[in-house]
Design a binder for this molecule. Structure first.
Ligand SMILES: *[C@@H]1O[C@H](CO)[C@@H](O)[C@H](O)[C@H]1NC(C)=O
Ligand SMILES: *[C@@H]1O[C@H](CO)[C@@H](O)[C@H](O)[C@H]1NC(C)=O
Ligand SMILES: *[C@@H]1O[C@H](CO)[C@@H](O)[C@H](O)[C@H]1NC(C)=O
Ligand SMILES: *[C@@H]1O[C@H](CO)[C@@H](O)[C@H](O)[C@H]1NC(C)=O
Ligand SMILES: *[C@@H]1O[C@H](CO)[C@@H](O)[C@H](O)[C@H]1NC(C)=O
Length: 272
C-alpha cells in the first residue's frame, strides 16, 4: 500500500515537472521579442532556468547573452511563432524590414521547469544565402499560416515525416516527398511560383547531408521547423514547413554560411 502511494506520488511529480503550458511559452516568446526590440535582456534572462541552462547560440556558436544580436535593439516588423507542447519549445520567425540594417532571424526557445533553458537562433542579413529583405518581408506576409480546424489537422508524425522526407531528399534521391500543389518556397528572399500550380519539386542538390536536426512541431498550424547543419560545411540553417492534409504547402529557409551568398554568384541558389 505504502509502495503504491510512493509510486503514484513519484509519477505525479514527474507529470507536473514535464507538463508544458502554452501561457509559459507565450510569455517567454513575448519576453524574447521585447528584448530584441529594446536590446535590454534583463527581463528575458529572468525567464531562464539557470539550473538546467544549455546556452545561447547564434548561427551555431555559443555566446554570452550580452554580446550578440539580441543586445542590439532591432525594429521588428513581423513575427510568426509556432509552439510545441510535446517538446516544450517554440520557434519564431523575426523580420526586420529596414533599409539600412535588415535581418531575418529564426529563433528556437527550449524549456525546462516552465522556463527557458536554451536559445538557438539563425541570424541572417545581407550577404547570407539569397538574402533579400524586400522579398522575405513581402512574401511571408502574403501567406496563410492560420490555425487549421481541429478535424483537418495532421498528426505530429505526419508533419514531422513530411519535413524529414524533404530534408532526406538532399542526400537520397529515392526519397518520396509529399509535395503539395500549390507549394512555394521562400529561400532567404527568393520566392517560387506563388500561383495555383506552384511546385516545390523543382530540384535539390545531391550529396548534401542535413544533420543535427532540432525540431519544433505545432500541429495546430501544421508546421514543423528544423534547425540543422547544412551539408559538409555545416552551415547553420533553418527549414520551416507548413503541411496541409499531409502535403507540403510552404517552405521557408534561412542559411548563414559566413561567405557572401555561400560562395555562389549573388542571387543564385544551389537549390534550383
Ligand atoms: C540566470 O542567469 C543570468 C545570467 O547570470 C541572470 O541575469 C538571470 O537573472 C538568471 N535568471 C534567473 C531566473 O535567476
Ligand atoms: C563581442 O565583443 C567583442 C569584444 O569586445 C567584439 O569585438 C565583438 O564585436 C562583439 N560581438 C558582438 C556580436 O557584439
Ligand atoms: C554580392 O553581395 C554582397 C553583399 O550584398 C556584396 O558585398 C558583393 O559585392 C556582391 N558581389 C558581387 C559580385 O556582386
Ligand atoms: C528582392 O525581392 C523583390 C520582391 O520580390 C524583387 O522585386 C527584387 O528584384 C529582389 N531583389 C534582388 C536583388 O533580387
Ligand atoms: C536509388 O535507387 C536506385 C535505383 O533503384 C539505386 O540504384 C540507388 O542505389 C538508390 N540510391 C540510394 C541512395 O538509395
Amino acid at each position: 500500500m505504502m509502495y503504491l502511494y510512493i509510486i503514484s506520488t513519484l509519477a505525479l511529480v514527474a507529470t507536473i515537472a514535464a507538463h508544458c503550458e502554452l501561457h509559459h511559452l507565450d510569455d517567454a516568446v513575448d519576453a524574447y521579442l521585447k528584448a530584441q526590440k529594446t536590446g535590454q535582456t534583463a527581463a528575458f534572462t529572468a525567464t531562464f532556468d539557470n539550473s538546467t541552462w544549455l546556452g545561447y547560440y547564434e548561427n551555431a556558436v555559443k555566446m554570452t547573452i550580452h554580446n550578440n544580436t539580441l543586445s542590439k535593439p532591432l525594429p521588428i516588423t513581423h513575427t510568426r511563432t509556432i509552439r510545441d507542447l510535446t517538446l516544450c519549445s517554440t520557434y519564431t520567425e523575426v523580420v526586420v524590414d529596414s533599409k539600412s540594417d535588415p535581418y531575418v532571424i529564426g529563433t528556437q526557445l527550449r524549456f525546462a521547469n516552465h522556463k527557458i533553458n536554451r536559445v538557438d537562433s539563425i541570424v541572417t542579413k545581407p550577404g547570407d544565402w539569397l538574402f533579400n529583405i524586400t522579398g522575405f518581408a513581402y512574401w511571408t506576409a502574403q501567406e496563410n499560416w492560420d490555425t487549421i480546424a481541429v478535424e483537418q489537422r495532421d498528426t505530429r508524425d505526419t508533419i514531422k515525416k513530411a519535413a524529414d522526407a524533404y530534408l532526406d531528399l538532399f542526400n537520397n534521391p529515392n526519397t518520396t516527398v509529399p509535395w503539395g500543389t500549390p507549394c512555394v518556397r521562400l529561400e532567404g528572399g527568393l520566392y517560387g511560383d506563388p500561383g495555383p500550380e506552384g511546385s516545390c519539386a523543382v530540384g535539390v542538390p545531391q550529396g548534401v547531408p542535413l544533420t543535427r536536426r532540432r525540431y519544433v512541431i505545432d500541429e495546430a498550424v501544421g508546421s514543423v521547423e528544423v534547425l540543422l547543419d547544412f551539408g559538409q560545411s555545416k552551415w547553420p540553417d533553418s527549414h520551416q514547413f507548413r503541411v496541409e492534409k499531409g502535403k507540403l504547402r510552404y517552405v521557408h529557409t534561412l542559411t548563414h554560411c559566413g561567405t557572401a551568398n555561400c560562395g555562389l554568384p549573388n542571387g543564385t541558389s544551389i537549390v534550383s
